[in-house]
Design a binder for this molecule. Structure first.
Ligand code: GLN
Length: 250
């Protein structure tokens, strides 16, 4: 069986605005490509599984971030090594901030991040909220929903995931960047959930995970005709969801 091991990182404390939908999307798409997805939830104090092919982390309030931070640092070296090895990861909002260098919250608390992404975040009183379309070189238009108070600034040379138009805030409301991409790690403020409406990103994570583990991504060798048709239907629904979401005013 061609199994792919997906880790859902801190789903108890870091999972808002539908972020768990990202796990459901990669699970469903992997199954329709004819692979066997196996999901492990990793929460504070849990044992780390023997093998991980992909890691998905969600957003959370500042309080959730404070709750997980000690455990997160116990896993920091491991996460840095996996990121450097090319394990695909998607980190939304609160986890994106903690994959950066630090997050200074609005009450002045400084939470160190694990520094996988060259970026830092500073909390402010104004929240940045709204539907969002960003333009990404790697993935075309990425469609989602942002809701954060932290302003994230990328260090020189760090590649944003995309650029937002004047009506979106993105990383900080100032420089029109949104998210970051470092090797196969994607950080972004996009909730929504993100992946149901952005199959290009879901398939990047899937392809990368499968190629790392099995050498090649060959859905045509694994997929039944029924699975192929189901995937076409799923993609048609995603396309419709993209159109509707993109047409919604901010
Ligand atoms: N607490 C962080 C902020 O507001 C993250 C919020 C989130 O994950 N949606 O900036």
């Amino acid at each position: 069986m061609t199994t792919i091991d997906i880790m859902s990182l801190y789903p108890k404390d870091m999972n808002i605005y539908g972020d768990s939908g990202n796990v459901l999307t990669v699970t469903r798409r992997l199954a329709l490509y004819g692979y066997e997805p196996r999901v492990t939830a990793y929460n504070q104090g849990d044992d780390w599984p023997d093998h991980v092919d992909m890691i998905l982390g969600g957003g959370g309030q500042d309080t959730g971030q404070k709750k997980i931070i000690d455990d997160f640092f116990r896993r920091a070296d491991l996460l840095r090594t996996l990121a450097a090895d090319g394990v695909p990861m998607l980190m939304i909002c609160g986890m994106y901030q903690l994959f950066g260098e630090y997050f200074e919250t609005v009450d002045g608390t400084r939470l160190d991040g694990i520094g996988v992404i060259g970026a830092y975040t500073v909390g402010q009183n104004v929240r940045m909220i709204g539907n969002l379309v960003e333009h990404s070189d790697d993935f075309g238009d990425v469609i989602g929903y942002e809701n954060h108070s932290g302003q994230t600034f990328l260090r020189d040379g760090v590649r944003p995931l995309g650029r937002v138009d004047a009506d979106g805030c993105g990383n900080n409301g100032e420089d029109h960047t949104e998210g970051a991409r470092v090797h196969n790690v994607i950080g972004t403020y996009m909730h929504g959930s993100l992946l149901p409406k952005n199959p290009a990103i879901a398939d990047f994570l899937i392809r990368t995970a499968v190629e790392r583990r099995y050498g090649a991504f060959e859905p045509e060798r694994h997929q039944s005709a029924a699975q192929r048709e189901a995937m076409e239907r799923l993609n048609a629904i995603a396309e419709r969801a993209r159109r509707v979401a993109a047409s919604r005013p901010r």
